[in-house]
Ligand binder design. Structure first.
Ligand SMILES: *Cc1c(COP(=O)(O)O)cnc(C)c1O
Length: 516
């Protein structure tokens, strides 16, 4: 066996065949786990309840007529069910997680310790504001950092994911247009955009018009100008875009959009590449969501809720939804809770996008990340993320095909499937073979602008040894594909708990409830 400096294997090792039959179906300590509805019994409960005879129903006649049919388990059975499922999850705490666009970076444990402090962990959204002054201050402080880093005028903290933030920012744009008495109903969206962009626009009643990409993977300002009719409400643009490229004409595009009376919505999911380097406000952005769970290390991907605060320009600030934070003359923060109070302050909030103030636990983690890095540390994290992606690009360029080799990659690098031409191996097969090697696949078949896309984002949190191990694995797989080993790829994954599942059937006929 050959190993690298950190004791990791650097050459293929024969793996014992896994077609060993076991009595239980378990593979060693990898334990099979059925659905809760398959193992639970309605007559079992993890809690002992006293029998009650005389209850006066106070539900206004809404009396339950039939048993609930919920699966019952004892406490240890319940624990085991969820712990076993959790062990089937892939997580950033288990290994490199190269999903492009989704920024799966290390979540520092310090953030977890801070989020568990009772003053943050135990606050209830219905507590009187006077009892949670510190928590309010924390949300305001995080908002201040977001404004400083983005160069924007105002921030709505409550949206609970990137897509929710898109909805918030585009709703603010809609409100601003309504206030101007204009019924513009077209939103321009580049072809490389994340699916949530056109979905958000459509959900708000806009018509989506696609903008094609240039051969170099960026948006052509001429193509934008051609489409800037008086019906255009906004453009939704991601920068760096989902090809991992900086949109170099972004300022010109923003100027053209503004000259046409429209707004510029920036999808900020890739902010991790430019924190401390570029302020979106300086580029002419009117609204941008920030995925705290991507850029500021709060867990996601099976690890917790997201948070998608939206920063707004001066022009859109009055339309921010309630609740929002404002600062009094002494700089103390307060929440403006209702539209009425907001109206008295001269604001015209479009409404409320979520019941309360947002994801408190994620706010604590994001601010802990910011404070522990400092401004210089955040900039360095972005630089290291870009460096890591370019390192992966440089080390794989001769065996895989870089989609846009002439432009520097930002925090992620896009490959297409030309290197698999005539091998009989597809992007999907390649990704499945990575699972056998112990790697979560990269983002596949997205963005749609190149054929058979493989989008890799290593993030700043991987060491060089870890990147080398990853790159060596991909080099090995690429060479194996080219050597005519297609059958082995088509049979992958062989070592995962499940082989290839019928994803279409699973999506079309999900097995939601198994009657107990
Ligand atoms: C992740 C992502 C989104 C959506 O964000 P969620 O937090 O998953 O809702 C939107 N656009 C891009 C480019 C993304 O990568």
């Amino acid at each position: 066996m050959t190993m690298n400096a950190v004791g990791r294997l650097t050459a293929p090792v024969p793996t014992e065949a896994h077609d060993v039959a076991t009595f239980t179906g378990n593979r060693g300590l990898a334990i099979e786990e059925p659905l809760l509805f398959e193992v639970g019994r309605p007559d079992v409960s993890g809690v002992d309840f006293d029998d009650v005879d005389d209850v006066m129903p106070r539900l206004g006649g809404q009396v339950r007529m039939a048993p609930l049919d919920l699966p019952g388990l004892s406490e240890p059975e319940t624990m085991r069910h969820y712990v076993r499922l959790s062990r089937q999850n892939y997580a950033i705490d288990l290994g490199l997680y190269p999903l492009g666009s989704c920024t799966m970076k290390h979540n520092p444990r310090l953030n977890e310790a801070m989020a568990r402090l009772p003053g943050f962990a135990d606050v209830h959204p219905l507590q009187p504001l006077s009892t949670v002054a510190g928590a309010v201050d924390l949300v305001a402080e995080l908002g201040r950092w977001l404004l400083e880093l983005t160069g924007m005028a105002s921030v709505a903290m409550s949206p609970k994911a990137g897509a929710h933030g898109e909805m918030c920012g585009m709703a603010a744009i809609k409100a601003a247009l309504a206030d101007r008495g204009e019924a513009r109903d077209v939103v321009l969206v580049p072809e490389s955009a994340h699916g949530t962009n056109p979905a958000t626009a459509a959900q708000l009643g806009f018509r989506v018009v696609a903008v094609p990409a240039r051969p170099d993977g960026t948006v052509d300002p001429e193509e934008v100008r051609k489409r800037l009719t008086p019906e255009v409400a906004a453009i939704m643009l991601t920068n760096p875009n989902t090809c991992g490229l900086f949109e170099r004409d972004i300022v010109g595009i923003a100027e053209a959009v503004h000259a046409a009376g429209a707004y510029f919505y920036a999808d900020g999911a890739n902010f991790n590449a430019i924190v401390g380097k570029v302020r979106p406000g300086d580029l002419g952005v009117d609204a941008m969501h920030i995925n705290l769970h991507k850029t500021f290390s709060t867990p996601h991907g099976g690890g917790g809720p997201g948070a998608g605060p939206v920063v707004l320009s001066e022009r859109l600030a009055p339309y921010a939804p309630v609740p929002f934070v404002r600062f009094d003359a002494e700089g103390a923060a307060e929440f403006v809770e209702t539209r009425k109070i907001a109206g008295e302050l001269g604001a015209k909030p479009f409404g409320r996008i979520t019941a309360f103030h947002g994801q408190m636990g994620m706010f604590v983690r994001a601010l802990a990340y910011m404070l522990s890095h400092g401004a210089d540390g955040l900039r360095q994290a972005s630089e290291d993320a870009v460096l890591a992606a370019n390192y992966v690009k440089a080390r794989l360029a001769d065996v895989m095909t870089v989609a846009f080799p002439d432009r520097p990659a930002m925090h992620e690098v896009l490959f297409d499937d030309r290197f698999l031409a005539d091998t009989g191996v597809t992007t999907l097969d390649f990704a499945k073979a990575m699972i056998d090697e112990g790697y979560h696949p990269m983002t596949m078949y997205f963005p749609l602008v190149v054929h058979g896309a493989l989008l890799i984002e290593p993030t700043e949190s991987e060491s060089k040894a870890s990147l080398d191990q990853f790159v060596d694995t991909l080099r090995h797989l690429a060479e194996r594909a080219k050597s005519g080993d297609a059958d082995a790829f088509r049979a992958a994954p062989r070592l995962a708990p499940r082989r290839r599942v019928d994803e279409t059937l699973a999506a079309r006929q999900p097995k939601l409830v198994q009657p107990v």
